[in-house]
Ligand binder design. Structure first.
Ligand code: GDP
Length: 419
């Protein structure tokens, strides 16, 4: 029987706090703390919590075994958000026999009790950490079990193929085995395509998660740092009339239309300068290679010939209008339009489920590799079946990694206490 765990699930400082308990004795400990808690599961009771030191009016919800987030008997206490009240209530519950929860322990218990699988747990973590609408929407696809059910469907198709091959092995009549393997191969091609849809979505999933990388580049003093600040909407980088002020790479994020962008200001590219500036220029050039989009400031039209991911910008249009996309970081002219153009130029289809987790990506890629190997190897039906089973197990690892305590520990250590 697992110990009853307790933790505050809300950060301190709000009007209301939620303290959560999970485990066999959670109802008993709540009753010791509160008057007025009835017997119904999933019912809100208006109760009075009384510790040795403080009293508070609370809402209490009890959950019966199998009816809670963790799958265990659980309780939630909504008290006033004072740090003192929360601490005193938790202290009281610990004195009653509860232990403090580890990071992500509620979700870990939900996983161990099969209330959720790993993709759902990872989705919950992404949802908690989401900073943009797109991140929240994509995370919910996993929380909702969409990824898990897609994987299960693929596994079920594969299971049928494995069963058919196994039957053919048991009845080795003329041609039967060969024909079954041929049919199986057609089906495996379809399954590979289905896995590819998921693995191909990984690049877009990472864009949603990590943001679109936009790098501002150009000669010194053209106004790169000023445009950087204007796009961000606050003064992040130092602006100076002296060339060579920005020496290192400066990175900041902004959100536009629910999408995350990572904006990078780089050292102005010129010959000469001291050692630090040269190092800055090296770094600036390296940044350009990893950029989804480059804002080339004050560049001549032909300077970035052959590169498609560039918006050539003429800054200081308040003084003189250049030949490229005109902005003035000083007056703000053209900055909103530039932001929109950056969005349009890097736009991609965000609909549907996008994989954004390396662990899931690797397990799926592994399954795909094994299936491609099974298709291409000239082998007996026996060996073919072994390959298919290996791919089946790889798929299973996306949702469930039985017996691998280290992986489980790593996944759940990223959670906060109280989740
Ligand atoms: P960087 O070296 O390319 O990063 O350029 P900065 O952003 O540091 O700007 C260099 C100089 O140009 C500073 O004196 C800025 O005040 C000035 N500057 C930047 N943008 C504009 C603009 O749109 N109009 C005018 N008139 N001056 C600007």
């Amino acid at each position: 029987m697992s110990k009853t765990i307790v933790a505050a699930s809300t950060p301190t400082g709000g009007a209301v706090a939620m303290i959560r308990m999970s485990g066999e004795n959670s109802h008993e400990y709540v009753r010791k703390l509160c008057n007025g808690v009835g017997k119904q599961s999933r019912t809100a009771y208006f109760a009075t919590a009384k510790t040795d030191t403080v009293t508070d009016k609370c809402i209490v919800i009890l959950y019966d075994e199998g009816k809670s987030y963790t799958g265990e008997k659980s309780a939630e206490i909504f008290c006033h958000g004072s740090k003192v009240i929360v601490n005193e209530i938790i202290k009281f519950l610990i004195n009653s026999g509860a232990v403090t929860a580890d990071r992500g322990e509620f979700t870990l218990r939900a996983y161990r009790n099969k209330k959720i699988d790993l993709t759902e747990a990872e989705g919950i973590l992404d949802l908690i950490n989401s900073e943009t609408v797109e991140q929240a929407v994509n995370a919910y696809n996993s929380v909702d079990g969409k990824l898990a059910s897609t994987i299960r469907d693929i596994q079920n198709e594969l299971k049928k193929v494995i069963a058919a091959v196994e039957v053919a092995i048991d009845y080795p009549e003329e041609n039967v085995e060969e024909q079954t393997v041929d049919d199986a191969k057609d089906k495996i091609k379809e399954i590979i395509d289905e896995i590819t849809v998921l693995t191909d979505s990984y690049a877009d999933g990472m864009k949603i998660k990590n943001g679109i990388k936009v790098v501002i580049s150009g000669k010194p003093n053209v106004g790169k740092s000023s445009i950087f600040n204007a796009l961000l909407g606050y003064d992040r980088a130092i602006v100076n009339k002296n060339a060579g002020t920005t020496r290192d790479v400066i990175e900041s994020e902004y959100v536009y239309k629910g999408r995350k962008f990572v904006l990078t200001d780089t050292a102005g590219i010129r010959d000469g300068g001291d050692e630090t500036e040269s190092e800055g220029i090296e770094r600036a050039l390296a940044e350009l290679k990893g950029a989804d989009l480059i804002i080339g400031v004050g560049v001549a039209g032909d300077e970035y010939d052959g590169q498609e991911n560039i918006i050539a910008v003429s800054n200081k249009c308040d003084e003189k209008r250049g030949e490229n996309f005109a902005v003035s970081a000083l007056t703000g002219e053209g900055i909103a339009e530039l932001k929109e153009l950056i969005y349009e130029r890097t736009d991609f289809d965000t609909s549907g489920l996008k994989l954004n987790n390396l662990r899931q990506y690797e397990a799926l890629s592994n399954a795909k590799r094994t299936l491609i190997g099974a298709l291409n190897n000239k082998q007996t039906a026996d060996c073919f079946s072994i390959d298919l089973t290996e791919a089946y197990d790889s798929l299973g690892k996306v949702t469930n990694v039985i017996g691998s305590d280290e992986i489980i520990a790593e996944i759940f250590s990223a959670f906060c206490v109280g989740k």
